[in-house]
Design a protein around this ligand. Structure first.
Ligand code: CP
Length: 312
């Protein structure tokens, strides 16, 4: 028997598959990776000979780039699948795409798709470990891990922290994965947004508190996270206008005063400045939004290292 968590060959579909102890182990590993990222020569040979495929069938800037940087900093070969110029456009199925890529010797897939559950299909077709880079509205576990890491690094622990997450809760995969992960580490979560963007029964399913008034949600919060209005996923005109949303829910100097004075300000990006957050807050002294992006590389390095059995 061993107390050391085992990651070799595992998938990361969402954080419900990972225990609190395993999440903390990943955070510790990411701390070491961050140290490498601060060196002048940001590369170690640990995954030499391994091949990582970033297979993104939905738009991304930071997730995809950080997966690719993470793999290359660990000396893995990286192949980047460009969906818009791939044979998917000629009608090739996802299944045949995976068989084709697999024939070239992929060891790990980092995958994004608009369909919830599709990362499981990639694993089924390839038999290779898959890290979910975001599947529709369902899950975005590496974003949650980098968010958790960013808080843990600043405040030492998530135990007993009050985290307020504000915005388009209905369409957000980030909020779902964060609620699972942060609650495992002892934080309490309040979600806030318009009623039309709040999933029914979210309190029971995720063990969070729901507030519709921003001031109530932010009261005494240690951490405030804004979420993007996901216009591309809204098909039903769920609120009158972005101006209307902003009037009640924007994070500004006027509204953030209800949180603790030193509350950390976070946003997974991309941001709609002026809609869910004003520049005075996004670029303010308590904002860790840029650090979240940097920490994303360290978290993804740690995951690849652990899943592919890198040599320390
Ligand atoms: N936070 C996030 O997932 O950003 P991208 O869509 O740019 O990857």
């Amino acid at each position: 028997m061993t107390d050391v968590p085992q990651f070799l060959g595992r998938n990361l579909f969402d954080l419900d598959d990972y225990s609190a102890a395993e999440i903390l182990y990943i955070l510790e590993a990411a701390k070491g990776m961050k140290e490498i990222n601060l060196r002048e020569y940001k590369k170690i040979p640990t995954l030499r000979g391994k091949t990582v495929c970033t297979l993104f069938v939905e738009n991304s800037t930071r997730t995809r780039m950080s997966f690719e940087l993470a793999a290359s900093r660990l000396s893995a070969d990286v192949v980047s699948f460009e969906a818009p110029i791939s044979s998917l456009g000629k009608g090739e199925s996802l299944q045949d795409t995976i068989y084709t890529l697999d024939a070239m010797g992929i060891d790990l897939y980092c995958f994004r798709h608009s369909s919830p559950g599709s990362p499981q299909l990639v694993h089924k077709y390839s038999g290779k470990p898959v890290i979910n880079g975001g599947d529709g509205r369902h899950a975005h576990p590496t974003q949650a891990l980098l968010d958790i890491f960013s808080i843990w690094e600043k405040l030492g622990s998530l135990e007993g922290l009050k985290v307020a997450i504000v915005g388009d809760i209905l369409n957000s995969r980030v909020v779902r994965s964060n609620m699972i992960g942060m609650r495992k580490l002892g934080a309490s979560i309040t979600v806030c947004g318009p009623r039309t963007l709040m999933p029914t029964g979210i309190e029971e399913v995720y063990g969070c508190r729901v507030e519709y008034q921003l001031a109530e949600a932010l009261l005494d919060a240690d951490v405030v996270m804004g979420l993007r209005m996901q216009m591309e996923r809204m098909t039903d005109g769920l609120f009158p206008s972005l101006e209307e949303y902003s009037k009640y829910y924007v994070l500004s100097k006027d509204t953030i005063k209800y949180a603790k004075d030193d509350a950390l300000i976070m946003h997974p990006g991309p941001m709609n400045r002026g809609v869910e957050i004003l520049p005075e807050i996004a670029d303010g002294k308590h904002s860790i939004i840029v650090e979240q992006v940097a920490n994303g590389v360290a978290i993804r390095m740690a995951l690849m290292f652990l899943i592919l059995g890198g040599k320390a």
